[in-house]
Design a protein around this ligand. Structure first.
Ligand code: AMP
Length: 281
């Protein structure tokens, strides 16, 4: 199992004579790997000759210092989990100084409004940090295909837009959300939930599923009110936002239109941990 810490070293391996004509699959992560990450990695291993998994907790995308400080890390466990998928995976685990060439700051991006709603509204600067690091990583790895989870659906749309705006020749592959058996979307942050909260974690997905079934007959306002009431009556989960939006533009729904696909999005807190989830309607 190869673990590489420097861009130059990674490029020496990737662009060596031996690997020159190989297809490269890339899965960027922040580590503390779970089955959600591994589903992306398995897909990449299946589709490509070589798979790179980056493990890098990107400081510039954290709007909350405590969230960054408490973000779980366990490189040894991550290596062991990846080894079980394939011992040929290359792990790229750079330091922040290495990744940012010493200048650990975000660039400013304009994604046509995609970055302004939902996560963009509640986590100022988050998507500038995400786009900055994803661009740096994509340029370091130059993958044939890069894999992202629908769990972070807004991030996925922003990365597709980034690749389009910067004319980067990499294919972005969307992967479905992996869930715990009760429906809670897998997340590295779930480790920080109490056992009892984790057991009740299906509440968010249950609410999304009911919202989906209501979408056939009720308007978005009444569904939004219903969700707010459900959360108000729940002692564990505190709603930050519920939003039904156009899947492509992420514009909040005003009036349902036939030719537009919609998705419902939730951000909520439990035990002081921020959780997000979404569902296609
Ligand atoms: P993270 O380490 O949280 O930055 O996530 C790395 C990648 O894994 C992102 O593309 C996420 O969207 C994806 N991911 C995280 N959780 C899940 C999940 N439960 N199901 C599918 N993909 C996920």
């Amino acid at each position: 199992m190869q673990v590489i810490h420097y861009k130059k070293e990674l490029q020496n391996v990737l662009f060596s004579k031996e690997n020159k004509n190989h297809t490269i699959g890339f899965v960027p992560t922040m580590g503390a790997l779970h089955k959600g990450h591994l589903s992306l990695v398995k897909r990449a291993v299946n589709d490509n000759d070589l798979t790179i998994v980056s493990i890098f907790i990107n400081p510039t995308q954290f709007d909350n210092k405590e969230d960054l400080e408490k973000y779980p890390t366990d490189l040894e466990k991550d290596i062991a989990l990846l080894k079980k998928v394939s011992s040929k995976i290359i792990i790229f685990a750079p330091s922040a100084t290495e990744m940012y060439d010493g200048n650990i700051t975000s660039k400013e991006f304009d994604f046509n409004g995609l970055e302004k709603v939902m996560e963009g509204e509640f986590r100022p600067g988050h998507f500038n940090g995400v786009a900055t690091i994803v661009e740096l990583l994509l340029l370091a790895v130059k993958p044939t295909k890069a894999y992202f989870g629908e769990k972070d659906f807004q991030q996925l749309q922003i990365i597709k837009k980034l690749v389009e705006l910067k004319k980067l020749p990499f294919q972005i592959i969307a992967c479905p959300i992996e869930r715990e058996s009760n429906g809670l979307a897998k997340s590295s942050r779930n480790q920080r939930l109490s056992k009892s909260t984790r057991e009740k974690g299906g509440f968010i997905f249950e609410t999304l599923k009911t919202a989906k079934s209501k979408f056939g007959t009720e308007n978005a306002n009444s569904i939004t009110e219903w969700v707010a009431e459900k959360f108000a009556a729940n002692e564990v989960f505190e709603l930050e936002y519920f939003q039904i939006a156009d899947t492509e533009t992420l514009t909040p729904i005003l009036k349902k239109q036939k030719n537009i696909k919609y998705r419902a999005f939730i951000a909520a807190y439990a035990d002081g941990i921020r959780l997000i989830d979404n569902i296609a309607l």
